[in-house]
Write a protein that binds this ligand. Structure first.
Ligand code: PLP
Length: 398
């Protein structure tokens, strides 16, 4: 029998998971091993785009599981080719590299940017510009590029040649970028860093400056991708195309898969043997992701996300009108952040725990922001029930 206590005995102590243990899920609802039901507005940290146990994803997984699970990159495989084709057809990109997590997709993007600059301009062009509070994963390169020092401290010298600037600060970017810059990397909406949307003028200027200095613009869409913000990828709403884009989380709906997307000329810098991954393009994960893209990338899904977003925001506004809990509710689509009012600053985890007690799973993005990322298939009933349970929690909190 696996109990929560055994987690603390056998696993590394690097997480602080909730005390409940999952039993099973369906759509936007999850049940624990004590039979309690939760409305899941955390979606496995913005991963379960189609909720839990979506029947079409279960079928896609079963069908592939009966054929073959893994061949590695010594052979190509149908599901990976099909997924790459779908991603290319749906985006600016012409080529795809598959890996297994957001951090790996970003690691590949960063290595690719450096290698491309090295190939075309020489080794002096290796500097990377990134942004404060940005989050790109936990490998040494991605914590070095991420703009939250707490994630890179204590791991020895960080990777060199990286500058962090304030997000949305056009003048700072104008001053910092140069012909030595090989890449500017940003999230089009910072997720972990507090649910902070990019200013469209800032993103447009970043594009211009990258073109001027022959630097590559990398969008980390690990959290914002797969219709999370109401567009298949958030760049589509900003009207600015990156040179490299990374996708993970929602892409597999819970299967570990990630993708690094680029134009042909950039991808060419990853020639044979330059980069790789044993599990990247795994057929099980790709089969599920193919089905997921087919279901998510539709006009109806886009309308549904915008509609759910509007209703969730209006529910949160009503809650806030009654309890004056938040100083701001921001974000896009189904990636919303509620900044706690100054008198409640630092209490986001406490509020999240109270939500859980009342049967709602939520997330935080820092000490003072509550983050809600419901599955795209959340129903009106789930939303209504979630909001009323949240109201009960807020009464206790306030
Ligand atoms: N990039 C962004 C924007 C993220 O939000 C995350 C995870 O939260 C990552 C990268 C890292 O992804 P993973 O945990 O799959 O490595």
């Amino acid at each position: 029998m696996s109990t929560r206590e055994l987690h603390d005995q056998y696993l590394f102590p690097n997480y602080a998971p909730l005390q409940i243990m999952p039993s099973h899920g369906k759509g936007a609802r999850l049940w624990d091993t004590d039979g309690r039901e939760y409305i899941d507005f955390a979606a496995g940290i913005a991963v379960s785009a189609l909720g839990h146990a979506h029947p079409d994803l279960v079928t896609a997984l079963h069908e592939q599981a009966q054929k073959y699970w893994h061949v590695s990159n010594v052979m190509s495989n149908g599901p990976a080719i099909q997924l790459a084709k779908s991603l290319v057809e749906a985006t600016f990109a012409e080529r795809v590299f598959f890996s297994n997590s957001g951090a790996e997709a970003n690691e590949a993007a960063l290595k690719l940017a450096r290698r491309f600059a090295h190939d075309h301009f020489g080794p002096q062009k290796h500097e990377i510009i990134a942004f404060e509070n940005g989050f790109h994963g936990r490998t040494l390169f991605t914590v070095s590029v991420g703009g939250q020092p707490k994630y890179s401290e204590g791991f020895g010298p960080a990777i060199e040649g990286i500058t962090h600037l304030p997000y949305n600060d056009i003048s700072a970017l104008e001053a910092a970028i140069s012909d030595k810059t090989c890449a500017v990397m940003m999230e089009p909406l910072q997720g972990e860093g507090g649910v902070m949307p990019a200013d469209p003028a800032f993103v447009r200027r970043a594009r211009e400056l990258c073109d001027q200095h022959q630097a590559l613009l990398i969008f980390d869409e690990v959290q914002t991708g797969i219709m999370r913000t109401g567009e298949l990828y958030a760049y589509m709403g900003l009207g600015v195309e990156p040179d490299i884009l990374t996708s993970a989380k929602g892409l597999g709906g819970g299967m570990p898969i990630a993708a690094t997307l680029a134009k042909e000329q950039v991808a060419a810098s990853f020639g044979v043997g330059v980069h790789g991954s044993t599990f990247g393009g795994n057929p099980l994960a790709c089969a599920v992701a193919n089905k997921l893209i087919e279901l998510v990338n539709t006009p109806q899904m886009k309308v549904q996300v915008h509609d759910l977003s509007r209703r969730l925001r209006s529910g949160l506004d009503s809650l806030n009108n009654e309890f004056s809990l938040f100083s701001e509710i921001r974000g896009a689509g189904l990636l919303l952040g509620c900044e706690l009012a100054p008198e409640h600053a630092g209490r986001s985890r406490e509020l999240m725990d109270l939500f859980m007690e009342q049967g709602v799973l939520a997330l935080v993005a820092g000490d003072s922001v509550l983050r809600l990322v419901p599955p795209l298939v959340t129903t009106g009933e789930d939303l209504y029930e979630g909001l009323s349970r949240m109201t009960a929690a807020v009464k206790k909190f306030a």
